[in-house]
Design a protein around this ligand. Structure first.
Ligand code: UFG
Length: 335
């Protein structure tokens, strides 16, 4: 088993990955600046895994902090989640996105190199593909980032490619996520955005708890069966297990890979709304509004390469995503 550094380990995907890594027998150390995560996540991780959590509070942009962390542990690999992730915000604040996402990553890679750690799993996104030329997206689909957020992820992927060309000791896994949803079965961790959510699932969850009055469906005139946008929603625990498989591949096979993590199935906004109504057992109010700028009709993954290379299989379906999300938010808000 390996010793793994998780940057952004208190966040939504990071915290679920922590649990799965521990379940697989790995030693894990978290770093997080808690800019978009609650501190009590750490206590909850301790509760779920029934063991103390090793965490260092700090920022990936802070070289001295990283040097101290790497000097205190002998890591086999790093999984890098710590980044900004809101597409709309990135259009308003491109500098902040490049600073955190790109400079943060290169600072981390530099600290890894100095410490002699050459294995890294990188959180990427399906938005690197841009407007689909064909569906499902395969990993060799052309890359065409349209937002500063997507561009920041492409820049990091490209940096990894150059790094490996320059020094073959590097091995990396780039994981291009589709749309994460759901929460841990314990209902102790899940997604909990501070502000009004940008994404569909956390928005629906807040309508279900009564924190928001209704969902606005962003357009019902798309070229899809019911006119609303279709996406590939993947349960966050499946996604987390994909990270365990990816880091194991680096540690045991020293083999670099760039893979989609999705299910291969698309669901519309109305499919999601209906499935959530079933989970929370009440009707959820919605209204149909105009399209959101930059949205695409439909996209979903070809998951075949992840299956072939990692043995990755998304086992949890739409009902699991809605049920675990509802269990998590209703407990959190005492609904
Ligand atoms: N939608 C609504 N109302 C809302 C929010 C979303 O109708 O209030 C619709 C969107 O129009 C879209 C679908 O729900 O059709 C999903 O939207 P999300 O914002 O949840 O997800 P996106 O597919 O737009 O983007 C997400 C992440 C990105 C990531 C991308 C691909 O936000 O960070 O998936 O991985 F890059």
């Amino acid at each position: 088993m390996g010793k793994i550094l998780l940057t952004g380990g208190a966040g939504y995907i990071g915290s679920h990955t922590y649990v799965e890594l521990k379940a697989a027998g790995h030693e894990v150390v978290i770093i997080d600046n808690f800019s978009n995560a609650r501190k009590d996540v750490i206590d909850r991780l301790a509760q779920i895994t029934d063991s103390p959590v090793l965490v260092h509070e700090g920022d990936v942009l802070d070289k001295a902090f990283l040097a101290t962390v790497f000097a205190s542990h002998d890591f086999d690999a790093v999984i890098h989640f710590a980044a900004k992730k809101a597409v709309g915000e990135s259009v308003e604040k491109p500098l902040e996105y490049f600073e955190t996402n790109c400079t943060g990553f290169s600072t981390l890679l530099m600290a890894m190199k100095e410490a002699g750690v050459f294995r890294v799993v990188f959180s990427s996104t399906a938005t690197v593909y841009g407007e689909p030329l064909s569906l499902p997206y395969t990993e060799d689909h052309r890359i065409a980032p349209v937002s500063p957020y997507a561009q920041s992820k492409v820049t990091c992927e490209t940096l990894l490619k150059h790094l490996k060309e320059a020094d073959d000791r590097w091995t990396y896994g780039v994981l291009r996520y589709f749309n994460p949803a759901g929460a841990h079965d314990s209902a102790l961790i899940g997604e909990d955005p501070n502000d009004i959510p940008n994404n569909l699932m956390p928005y629906i969850a807040k309508v279900a708890t009564g924190e928001l009055p209704q969902l606005t469906v962003f357009g019902d005139d798309y070229n899809t069966p019911d006119g609303t946008g279709v996406r590939d929603y993947i349960h966050v625990v499946d996604l987390a297990q994909g990270h365990v498989q990816s880091v194991d591949k680096l540690i045991y096979d020293n083999s670099t890979h760039i893979l989609n993590l999705g299910t291969g199935t698309g669901y519309s906004v109305f499919d999601m709304l209906r499935a959530y109504e079933k989970a929370c057992q009440k009707p959820l109010a919605y209204t149909v509004g105009p399209r959101r700028a930059g949205d695409i009709d439909c996209f979903y993954a070809d998951p075949a390469s992840a299956r072939e290379i990692l043995g990755f299989e998304a086992r949890r379906g739409l009902d699991d995503m809605c049920r675990t999300s509802w269990n998590w938010v209703s407990r959190l808000r005492n609904v």
